[in-house]
Structures are given as C-alpha cells and as structure tokens.
Design a protein. Structure first.
Length: 349
C-alpha cells in the first residue's frame, strides 16, 4: 500500500497496521470482490483477523461462523448492519470478534431512513476529515487512502453502494450542506458553514426529552436507579430510559441501545461496579454518545474512584457516597449544563 500524506483517522491507521503484514486478498469475506477495497487477513488458530474498509475496518471472525450458511448467505441489509457495527467498534479502538454467539445480533437488519443516512454522511464528513477546511479526499493520483475513506463512509453510513453515496452527497450539495472542490491532490468534499451548523443541530437533538442511563445492571443498583437517578432526571424535566427496563423492547439489544441513544438529549454514565470490573457496555454507550456529540454526565461511587479506567478518568465525574447525594448532584449538573438545562417536563416546586 502506498504511503502518502493524505489523512486517515489515527484509530483506523493503527488498526490497519495490526493486520497489514498479513496476506493480501482479492475479496472481502463479507462483501466479496469490491472495487478498490484493499483487504488483508491474518490466520490465528481457528479464527482470521481481517482488514476491509468496506466491512467497517478491522475485525476477527471465527472459522466456525465463516463456514455457516447464515454467514455465507447474508442479504445486503445484514451485511451493511454488520459493517456499521464493525465501524463503531473500530472508532472506539477495538478489533471486534464475530462468532456464532453474537452474529445474529450484529447482523440483524435495522433499516435507516434516508434522513438517518444523510445525517451520518454529514457526521462522517466531520469525523473522517483531517480538518474542517480540508474535508474528505474523494479522488486523486494516489488511490489507496481515498478508497479507504470512501469505503469506511459506506460502512459507517449503512450504505449499500457507491451509487447511493453519490446520490446522498448530491442531495446534500444541492441543499448547500457540503461542497466539492479541487486541489493539487485531487477532489475533496467538505462541510459548508451551513452544513456544520446543521450537523450540530442534529447532534444536539434539541427536541428530545429523553435521557439515556448507562449503568451497572445489578440488583443492588436497581433502587439507586428507580428511586434516585430516574427521579433526578424527572425532576429536571426529562424522561429517563434504561434499556433493561424497557418492557416493549423486542429488538436486538445492540440495535435498541444505539437507536435509543440517538433519540436522547443526553446520557448519564455511572461507572459504579464490583471487584470484577466495570460493565463494558457503559464504556461502549458513552463512547457512542460522544461520537454523536451528545452531552454526557459522568458519575461513579466514591469507593470505585481508584478503579476508574484511564480512558475516562480525566472527565469530571459526580463522585457520590449515598444515593440521596447522587440525586441532588445529578439535578444540579443537568440544570447547570449549557447544552441540557431544564427539560420540557420540569416539575416546579
């Protein structure tokens, strides 16, 4: 692969380097032969680790799964859902493992509306750009990094083809949200000021009255949630949502989590845990919310502070000793936050 100065987001570059020394393949295990999609693979015991931008980046698959008809006969909806999941994991710095245990949940087709896809194209123009003014490299004399970026966009936006991406870009350009321009290296696409403002408005989700609560699902924390965290959210004027409490939830759990975070105004992430370590889902949910630009209120019980992970310990946490203290601090934090404030259902005493 040609090395050049064109930007690849650091986290994807780092994951690529882990697989780059493997065998170069002509086909992606998920999408098959894709034009200009550089694929690498490393065999490790009964599994293989792949790099395929069209499938979201780097991922590992068990040999058992790859031999099943469910994997070999995926439809397009299932493929794009899997690619989006891989992209999300990669963006959080992980090389995910796909096996017979989690495959059906990962590949469960959850179609997005065209508005969702357009929003994601805008977001990835910001997320995958080296700078606001440079934007994304679309074409030029050195092709490798261009196709990495374009294929990552297909994966990250749950798009089935480059044709669909071109149609969305054309619509966004007609609306004045993105623009194309040429430089010495080739053609670039970037957000316009109008597009940047529109993206921020979509991220802020100002019409939502929901607060997504990510926390440890243990019996000892149930009362903390039901009597204190949820009450704090309600008193601040919002509706609390915890996925395990959703009696109407019939979707695959990962899809439901991602959908509900997208529909929320902000997220509360409490990292209280036991001696076995923090619940990994809290880190994932907080990371996903950060990627969407949602405000996050961080919290942790005082006796767990020393066990906070280095990835999050630099954020200002509400440190609490009693549930009553947590409730009062949460209300204060919500009302004082410049991007949250009083919700539409604020109870005035």
């Amino acid at each position: 692969m040609t090395k050049d100065p064109v930007f690849i987001p650091f986290i994807f570059e780092r994951l690529l380097e882990k697989v780059r020394e493997g065998e170069e393949l002509s086909e992606c295990p998920v999408f098959g032969r894709v034009p200009n999609n550089v694929v690498y693979a490393i065999t490790e015991g009964d599994s293989r680790t792949y790099w395929s931008p069209r499938a979201g980046g780097a991922f590992r698959i068990s040999g058992t799964l790859q031999a099943t008809s469910d994997f070999l006969e995926m439809n397009e909806g299932e493929k794009v859902s899997l690619a989006r999941w891989v992209y999300e994991k990669n963006y959080l710095g992980e090389i995910p493992f796909i096996s017979t245990q989690n495959f059906s949940e990962i590949s469960s087709s959850n179609d997005w509306l065209i508005e969702d896809k357009m929003t994601e194209v805008l977001r990835l123009h910001s997320e995958l750009s080296s700078s606001t003014t440079t934007g994304i490299w679309q074409s030029g004399s050195v092709v490798d990094n261009v196709y990495i970026i374009n294929n990552l966009i297909l994966a990250g936006c749950k798009l089935e083809s480059s044709k669909e991406l071109r149609w969305i870009r054309s619509a966004l350009q007609s609306g004045g949200l993105i623009e194309s321009y040429k430089s010495n290296n080739g053609t670039y696409s970037r957000l316009t000021p109008k597009g940047a403002i529109s993206l921020q408005e979509r991220k802020s989700n100002h019409r939502s009255s929901q607060c997504f609560v990510a926390m440890w699902f243990r019996e000892e924390m149930d009362e903390v949630y039901s009597k204190f965290i949820s009450k704090a959210v309600i008193d601040a004027g919002y509706t609390p949502y915890r996925v395990d409490k959703d009696q109407k939830n019939t979707d695959q759990i990962t899809n439901k989590i991602l959908a509900e975070i997208r529909d929320s105004k902000f997220l509360i992430a409490d990292f209280t845990h036991d001696e076995l370590g923090a619940r990994g889902g809290v880190y994932f949910e907080a990371g996903f919310a950060m990627g969407l630009g949602l405000p996050i209120i961080w919290a942790i019980r005082k006796d767990d502070v020393s066990k906070m992970h280095f990835d999050t310990n630099h954020y200002p946490h509400i440190v609490w000793e009693t549930p009553e203290e947590l409730k009062e601090k949460l209300i204060d934090a919500i009302l004082a936050h410049q991007n949250i404030g009083s919700g539409p259902r604020r109870i005035l005493n």
